[in-house]
Each structure stands twice: as C-alpha cells, then as structure tokens.
Design a protein around this ligand. Structure first.
Ligand SMILES: C[S@@+](CC[C@H](N)C(=O)[O-])C[C@H]1O[C@@H](n2cnc3c(N)ncnc32)[C@H](O)[C@@H]1O
Length: 271
C-alpha cells in the first residue's frame, strides 16, 4: 500500500495543547454545526482524524450512554490520551481505532454520523480519503466536514510583511501534499458519489490583539513560521520579517486579526 506523506503539523504534547486551545476558540462553530445536523442520543459516530478527541468528547455528551463514538486516528499518542480521558470520565462507549481513513477497514453502512475537522485539507487525495467514509455511512447517515477555503486571513493595520502570509500558508499546506482550498472541492466530490449536500456554511472569526482568536493564530504562527522556513516556503529573512510584524501587532491595541474561512460541509447518503 502507498505510504501517506508525514502529517504536516506533527504530533507532540505542545501540538496537543494547541489543539485543545483551538477547540475552545472554535467550539461554538462546531457546536452550531452539530446542532444543525441534529445529533441525537443513541447515534453511532465516527470522528476521523479526531486527534486527542476533543470533538469526540462533545459528541459523546450528545449521544449519551446508548450511543457510541469511535475515533479513527493514526497517532498512538493522541489515542492514548483519548483512552485515558474516556476512562477518567467512566465512558465505555468511546473507542480508539488506530489508522487512517485510506487504510482502515471500516464496517459498511454503519454510522449515523461521520465527522472530520481539519483533516481532509492535509491529505493527498480528498476523494480517496472520503470514499471509505461514504461506504461506512448508514443509508440516511450524515458526513460532516470542517475545513479551510484558505481565503480571508488578514492583519490590520496592514501594509507589512505579514500581508503575504496567506500565500505562505497555502504553499505550506501544498508542501505537505494537502490542499488549502479543499473546502471548495468537497461539493463536487459529494455529487460524484451521490451524496446530497445538506449544509455548506462558511465561518470566519475576528478579534483584536488580546482576543482568543488572535492567541489561536499566535500559537500557530510562532511555531509554524519556523517550519515554513525549514520547508523553504519562506526564506529566513521573509520568515523573520513576518514574525516581527506579527509580534508588533500583538502589542498594538489597534490590531484587528481576521481568520481564514472554515467551511461547514455536511452531506447525506441517500436511503
Ligand atoms: C489538525 S489535527 C485535527 C484534530 C481534530 N480533528 C480536531 O479538530 O481537534 C489533524 C489530525 O488528523 C490526523 N490525520 C492526518 N492524516 C490523516 C488521515 N489520512 N486519516 C485520518 N487522520 C489523519 C492527524 O494525526 C491529526 O490528529
């Protein structure tokens, strides 16, 4: 079987803490999506690339004792964290399944909901990622994705080196084999596979230099500008200039940060 490229953002305790903070900042967006889908007690859910399982825990709250939540995730480190957390909460119906979407042997026609947030943008073939998931949905089941259409990222007052950051991030995603505009190709993939597009809702968060959304971006850029330089997406001078521009905005009360677009995308398997 073809080996997938290494996952771009890496797996370690610092990244786990970044994911936890990120979950807090975007939780109201994901909660709203799950509300619109209408997740119910008793549902059988699969969270693909669920990481340490922050959304899986929220799903477990919704499906209750009668439901089931499985996290399909290649990182043993994240799955160990998930298992520990489920035990701590006394939950016996949260399961860890090691593997990737492309390689896992999932049961067919089984899940009421298959959810995946910030994963499909990293994979070399979104269609190969999605095909096994469509087959694992029960007829009438819902597939729900949240990922970027990487437009909109901006930092004001503008005019400095950070203005080129959206291009740099898009190149960074592509350097790992992913697609920063993946959200724009999902409706076509759904259509090709007979999945009815049921929800397609963009979200963008914005805030000043002391806002949570600024801190979310800070935790990403202060780590990943260095990796963009290592991957030669940025020259060392460009990386340093962008970092200094960002850090100056962090001290400026007039700063406004605007996030890139995160798209909620839900599809329904026909009966
Ligand atoms: C940015 S994290 C998002 C974690 C979680 N979904 C969340 O929203 O907090 C991306 C996760 O996708 C996993 N991943 C990467 N490629 C994958 C694949 N092909 N199939 C399943 N999971 C994958 C990574 O190990 C990582 O845990």
């Amino acid at each position: 079987m073809a080996q997938l490229p290494d996952y771009l953002l890496g797996v370690n305790q610092r990244e786990l803490e970044r994911l936890r903070f990120q979950h807090g900042v975007w939780k109201h967006v994901t909660d709203g999506f799950l509300d619109r889908i209408g997740v119910k007690p008793g549902w059988k859910c699969l969270d693909v690339g669920g990481g340490p399982g922050f959304v899986a825990m929220d799903l477990r709250e919704r499906v209750g004792d009668a439901g089931e939540v499985t996290v399909l995730e290649p990182s043993e480190f994240y799955l160990a964290w998930l298992t520990g957390e489920a035990q701590r909460r006394g939950w016996k119906n949260v399961h860890a399944l090691p593997g990737t979407s492309e390689s896992a042997r999932l049961p067919e026609r089984t899940y009421d909901l298959i959810f995946s947030r910030w994963v499909i943008g990293f994979v070399p073939s979104p269609e190969k990622f999605l095909e096994p998931l469509f087959a694992a949905l029960r007829p009438g089941g819902v597939i729900a994705l949240q990922d970027y259409v990487y437009e909109g990222l901006s930092l004001f007052p503008n005019g400095g080196p950070f203005d080129r950051m959206a291009d740099a991030v898009r190149a960074y995603w592509r350097s790992g084999g992913g697609d920063p505009y993946v959200g724009a190709s999902v409706p076509t993939i759904f259509r090709r596979h007979g999945i009815e597009l049921a929800d397609y809702t963009p979200h963008c968060l914005a805030g000043g230099n002391t806002s949570d959304v600024f801190e979310w971006a800070h935790r990403f850029f202060t780590v990943h500008i260095h990796h963009m330089v290592e991957k030669k997406v940025l020259s060392p001078d460009e990386g340093e200039a962008m970092l200094q521009d960002w850090l100056a905005h962090k001290e400026n009360p007039e700063t406004v940060f605007v996030s890139p677009i995160v798209m909620d995308m839900a599809g329904k398997r026909s009966l």
